[in-house]
Every structure is written in structure tokens, then in C-alpha cells.
Design a protein around this ligand. Structure first.
Ligand SMILES: NC(=O)c1ccc[n+]([C@@H]2O[C@H](COP(=O)([O-])OP(=O)(O)OC[C@H]3O[C@@H](n4cnc5c(N)ncnc54)[C@H](O)[C@@H]3O)[C@@H](O)[C@H]2O)c1
Ligand SMILES: [Fe+2]
Length: 382
């Protein structure tokens, strides 16, 4: 590899990783002179026992806590406005995001909005809006409760338009959390279907990052280790979860998000339109598409697929072996082989292909993907 151009490598923030690390939250806030946090979550997590105990513990430590959980499954702009209004009305001094990718994205977008009051989508990264994120942002802490997106170590938030459902990406380096409390205990009771879908999202991040075009040997190393951890743990985390499988999945999802600063690829571009058009969960959309997208990528990249196959400890050290492994893994965690099983119909394919070619992920795919390729891939997966 000859580095005749200059690339930027970014690594994340302080991560407190391990069982019960989330119990350090109260002491951390107090030692940083924070006394009035806004805790952002989703309506389901807000009802879970670990969340209620977390809030009780903060109150016991004499912190004034306000919870905001009024958010959509695929979060929209008005969710962010409601949360930032609550922050102002109740005079908060920090934001703590607790939840899956959806809640953490809303928390991060609220962090941006507090001192950036133009229309939220003015800050859309795809139209160069990151340059407007010039003001300070509140102190931001993240606590993941799924093991998939790795949004806890991210610097972007995916928020949809209320009317068009188009997904926008808000991005700014200052939106990185000051600290992450990654506590596998919080993921212990994740239902099997969510564990499977979010886990496949993490696997897709690691595989696509490893293959992505940008030269980044550090991320390639992280991605391969992420793949190894997931291959040892995802089926167990779904079918007979224990602390080891939950811990491996949580660290591997964090690693996937670190690795994908190198780029994503064809699978994410196949998946995003399913969420915009049919409200499919992001991880599930990746899970069904990944065997087909990886098969598309083999020719010309046999060496890299051999490395993935070795990392997975497959007998068949080829791209074909990797594709077979992905189908088998999906089957073992009850993810369907075909898009038809998750509500995709033939009449959707043209619109899906239009959305996929306009998506931001595939320009980093190791090889170019045309609209016709997307159409063929959707047809194959149908
Ligand atoms: N910012 C990024 O870098 C990034 C990357 C990829 C995806 N995303 C976004 O992340 C979102 C998807 O995130 P996700 O896959 O984590 O799903 P999610 O946040 O939608 O959560 C999935 C479901 O699991 C529930 N849940 C969460 N934690 C739980 C727990 N501990 N126990 C029981 N149930 C629990 C939630 O209430 C929800 O119903 C999408 O909105 C997507 O656009 C963001
Ligand atoms: Fe993803």
C-alpha cells in the first residue's frame, strides 16, 4: 500500500466497557459538575427495569433528571424538536442517550440542536451542512442497550423527514460522546429477534468496512477481529445468551462502528431503501441482503474473501464459502433467506433500485454498483 495521498484516521472516545459500567453514570455526572441531565431513550426501554433503576439511582444521588422518550421507531425531525424544547424548558445541563441506535441518534441530534437553531436539515452532511455546526454543544454521554449500530461511538445521527420519510445524516466531529458506558448486562434481556437483526447489522459493518475502498489498515484489523467475535457469539447471544456472548457482541458492534469510518458498501445501500420505503428494521434489512451483496463483491477481491473465510475458520477458504456461511448463520438465528418474507414485492423493486443508487454507502464499495446491479440483486434476493 503506498500512501501517496493523505487520509484522516479517527478513533473514538473514552469507553468504560464491562458488566455494571452503567452504574458509574451518577458519579461521573457529579464529578463533571452536571446536575440536571436530560436522559433520552425510546418508549420501550423507558419501561424496562434496568432503565427505571438507573433513573432512581441518579435521583438518589441528588441529580435532577428529566426523561424524554417520545420518539418514533425510525426517528423524525419533530422528535428532535420536542426533545430540545424539553431541554430548554426544564433548564438541562447535559444529554445522556440510553438505548438502541434510534434513541442514541435522537439524543445526538438534540445535542446538535441546543445551540444550532436553524432548520435541523440545514446540517445535513450530504449537502455539506456539517460546516454550520460551529457552536458549542452540551456534555453528551451514551449508553447502548442493543449490540448493533455502534451509534454510541458515532459522530452522526440518522433522522428522517416527518413527511417524506427521507433519511438525513447529521454529522459533526463534536457530536461524539464524551464518554460511553458500554454495559453488557443491559443487553442480557434483548429479545432473540432484535439480538439477531442488530447482531447482523454489526457483522455487516465489520465485513463492509474490511472490504471498503479507502486504505485504512488499522480499521481492517479491527474489522477482522469484530468478525471473529461475532462468529463465535451471535448464535449463542440469540439462542442461549450468557454474559460472554453478550459482551462479545457489544464490543464487536462498537468495533464495527469504529471500522466503518473506512466506509460501508453495497449491502447498506440495498438495506437503507427498505427502511425508507417499508419501515423495515435497519439490521433486519442488512441481514437478509448481506449474502447477496457479498456474493456480488467476490470477483476481483478473492484474496480479501480468503482472509474473511480464515477469520471465520471456514473449511472452504473462498468467497463462496463466506456466502454459504452467511446463509447458514441467518438460518440459525431465524432470519429469512428471501426479501419476500419481509414484505418486499416485485412492484417495489424499481423504486428500491432508484433509492439504492442515490444512497451514500455504495460509493465506498470495493467495486462500482450500477442501478441495474441493484435491480438484479433485489430480484435475486426476492
Ligand atoms: N448513527 C449511526 O451511526 C447509525 C448507524 C446505523 C443505524 N442507525 C440508526 O439506528 C437505528 C436502529 O438502531 P437499533 O438497531 O439499535 O434498533 P432500535 O434502536 O430501533 O431498537 C430496536 C428495538 O429494541 C428495543 N430495545 C432496545 N434496547 C433494549 C433492551 N436492552 N431490551 C429490550 N429491548 C430493547 C427498542 O425499544 C426497539 O424496539 C435506526 O434508526 C438507524 O437509522 C444509526
Ligand atoms: Fe448499519
Amino acid at each position: 500500500m503506498t500512501f501517496d495521498k493523505i487520509y484522516q484516521f479517527n478513533f473514538p472516545t473514552t469507553i468504560r466497557f464491562g458488566c455494571d459500567s452503567s452504574k458509574e453514570l451518577g458519579a461521573y455526572l457529579t464529578s463533571n459538575n452536571i446536575s440536571r441531565p436530560l436522559v433520552v431513550t425510546d418508549p420501550t426501554v423507558a419501561q424496562l427495569d434496568f432503565f427505571k433503576s438507573m433513573i432512581t439511582d441518579l435521583k438518589k444521588k441528588n441529580l435532577s433528571v428529566e426523561v424524554f422518550s417520545d420518539i418514533h421507531k425510525n426517528p423524525v425531525k419533530s422528535d428532535v424538536y420536542k426533545g430540545s424544547d424539553l431541554y430548554d424548558e426544564t433548564k438541562r445541563d447535559a444529554v445522556v442517550g440510553v438505548g438502541g441506535g434510534a434513541a442514541l441518534d435522537v439524543a445526538r441530534a438534540i445535542v446538535l440542536r441546543i445551540n444550532h437553531r436553524d432548520d435541523l436539515f440545514k446540517y445535513d452532511d450530504l449537502i455539506g451542512g456539517d460546516v454550520f455546526a460551529t457552536n458549542d454543544v452540551p456534555h453528551f454521554v451514551t449508553i447502548p442497550t442493543t449490540a448493533g449500530t455502534g451509534s454510541e461511538v458515532g459522530r452522526s445521527a440518522i433522522i428522517s423527514d416527518d413527511e417524506t420519510h427521507q433519511k438525513k445524516i447529521l454529522f459533526a466531529p463534536k457530536l461524539l460522546a464524551k464518554i460511553v458506558f458500554a454495559d453488557p448486562v443491559l443487553t442480557m434481556d434483548l429479545p432473540p429477534a432484535i439480538t439477531a437483526a442488530t447482531g447482523m447489522d454489526a457483522l455487516t459493518h465489520n465485513m463492509e468496512a474490511y472490504l471498503a475502498k479507502m486504505p485504512h489498515p488499522m480499521c481492517e484489523g479491527i474489522a477482522l477481529q469484530g468478525i471473529a467475535l461475532i462468529s463465535k457469539s451471535l448464535a449463542n447471544a440469540v439462542n442461549k445468551p450468557d454474559v460472554e456472548s453478550r459482551s462479545n457482541m457489544l464490543i464487536a458492534s462498537l468495533m464495527g462502528a469504529v471500522a466503518f469510518q473506512k466506509g460501508l458498501g453495497v449491502v447498506h445501500s440495498l438495506a437503507h431503501p427498505l427502511s425508507s420505503l417499508l419501515d423495515t428494521h435497519h439490521g433486519l434489512a442488512n441481514a437478509v441482503n448481506i449474502p447477496y451483496g457479498m456474493e456480488f463483491n467476490i470477483a476481483g477481491f478473492e484474496q480479501k474473501f480468503r482472509q474473511i473465510a480464515r477469520t471465520l475458520e471456514l473449511k472452504e477458504e473462498t468467497g463462496k464459502g463466506v456466502v454459504r456461511y452467511l446463509f447458514d448463520l441467518n438460518a440459525s438465528i431465524n432470519i429469512p433467506h428471501k426479501l419476500g418474507a419481509i414484505g418486499v414485492k416485485r412492484e417495489h423493486i424499481d423504486t428500491l433500485a432508484d433509492l439504492a443508487i442515490a444512497d451514500f454507502a455504495h460509493p465506498n464499495n470495493p467495486k462500482p454498483v450500477s442501478r441495474n446491479d441493484f435491480k438484479t440483486l433485489y430480484e435475486k434476493a426476492l
